[in-house]
Design a protein around this ligand. Structure first.
Ligand code: PLP
Length: 399
């Protein structure tokens, strides 16, 4: 008998399944609002000019392709720390930040999870309800029990902060709490600065282990304001984990560029933590690939390229915002019976529209418009050519 005879079919990834359906759809007017990717107004994934310029210089320099350090190059890791905490932050100066390059934000979460499993194997991981669909499976596969904390409030289309805070204040010491630092995926509903302050204090009071996931820095209000949660935790004296990603902010999805940063209580602890983290990495994939991280480091460490990137990132952010307000206006103009103004208050790439499963099905069947069954749509997939069609369709199915 085959050694695989008892292997069962794994459940399909809901979003990748959606992409397959979209690819097979032959209607010319079809629109895919399911993916978590930024498209430009031409419906293309942009190759940023700053990236192109850094790549050209790298190609011309024709560097050798030796192994990288297990934790990635120092110039890259320093650039990550500066972006997260602000250049010259006390934590960095005191040697309290351990950073390792990782294979995207997902890879950062994974090496963080594997390290945490060694530290505290019996801890429970708490993720927001709802959360990015990979959070649960990723921490479960690392061996943790995963539970939810209350987050989204369908009635207000915002955060039920009272319930969230009460839940955090009831968690046992050592519980790991995964927090979306900005641009919550899938809801687009974020905490205010003062609410973040309360979360920091809840983590302190209960002795929780915060794990901040920042995959969209620069997509809400800007690079600095979007780091508010990271900065509040950074100034709190607490220890915590941060997974960060350049997939979206550099439009480098397939290059797999991210990082895990861990805040320790000082240089000596940092050296010990890094040594263990390197063991996790070494036994997983040995060391990170060169190209993506080299491009990001070159851009962030060059004043000229960095300025170029910041402008391009602002362009992406502004375009998403325009699509938000334009969609709201067009829905009203199409005579939508619901008030969709909440879409402009949500942040980042996504909106939880409140569309029901039946309405999402109708969008797909009647219009070739693909959204996640939870009603999540990606605003960055809208453009000046498809937005009228999408607004008309949403107004029709919600009437
Ligand atoms: N975390 C969240 C909340 C995300 O939305 C994503 C990507 O969609 C990631 C992490 C992972 O990003 P990456 O593609 O860099 O692995």
């Amino acid at each position: 008998a085959s050694i695989f005879a008892k292997v069962e079919m794994a459940p399909r990834d809901p979003i990748l399944g959606l992409n397959e359906g979209f690819a097979a759809d032959t209607r010319a007017e079809k629109v895919n609002l399911g993916v978590g990717v930024y498209y430009d107004d031409n419906g293309k994934i942009p190759l940023l000019a700053a990236v192109r310029q850094a790549e050209k210089a790298r190609l011309e320099a024709a560097p050798a392709r030796g192994y990288q350090p297990i934790e990635g190059p120092a110039a890259y890791n320093a650039a990550v720390q500066n972006l997260l905490f602000g250049a010259g932050h006390d934590l960095i100066a005191a040697g309290k930040v351990v950073t390792a390059e990782a294979l995207g934000g997902t890879g950062a979460l994974k090496i963080g999870a594997d390290f945490l499993k060694q530290l505290n194997p019996d801890a429970t991981v708490y993720i927001s309800d709802p959360s990015w669909e990979n959070h649960r499976a990723l921490f479960q596969n690392a061996g943790f029990k995963v539970e939810n904390y209350p987050y989204y409030d369908a009635a207000t289309r915002g955060v039920d902060f009272a319930a969230m805070k009460a839940s955090l204040l009831g968690l046992p010491a050592g519980a790991i709490v995964v927090l979306h630092a900005c641009c919550h995926n899938p809801t687009g509903a974020d905490l205010s600065e003062s609410q973040w302050g309360d979360v920091v204090e809840a983590c302190r009071e209960r002795g929780l282990v915060p794990f901040l996931d920042i995959a969209y820095q620069g997509f809400a209000d800007g690079i600095e304001p979007d780091a508010v949660a990271v900065r509040l935790f950074g100034n709190s004296g607490l220890q915590f984990f941060v997974s960060s990603s350049f997939s979206k902010s550099f439009s480098l999805y397939g290059e797999r560029v991210g990082a895990l940063s861990i805040i320790t209580d000082g240089k000596d602890e940092s050296a010990r933590v890094l040594s263990q983290l390197k063991r996790v990495i070494r036994t997983n994939y040995s060391n990170p690939p060169i190209h993506g991280g080299a491009i990001v480091a070159a851009v962030l460490n060059s004043p000229e390229l960095r300025k170029m990137w910041e402008d391009e990132l602002a362009g992406m952010r502004d375009r998403i915002r325009e699509m938000r307000s334009s969609l709201v206006d067009k829905l009203a103009a199409e005579g939508a019976t619901q008030d969709f103004s909440f879409v402009t208050a949500q942040r980042g790439m996504f909106s939880y529209t409140g569309l029901t499963v039946a309405q999402v099905d109708a969008l797909r069947d009647d219009y070739g418009i693909y959204a996640v069954s939870t009603g999540r749509i990606c605003l960055a997939a809208l453009n000046t050519r498809n937005i009228d069609y999408v607004a008309k369709a949403i107004a029709a199915v919600t009437r």
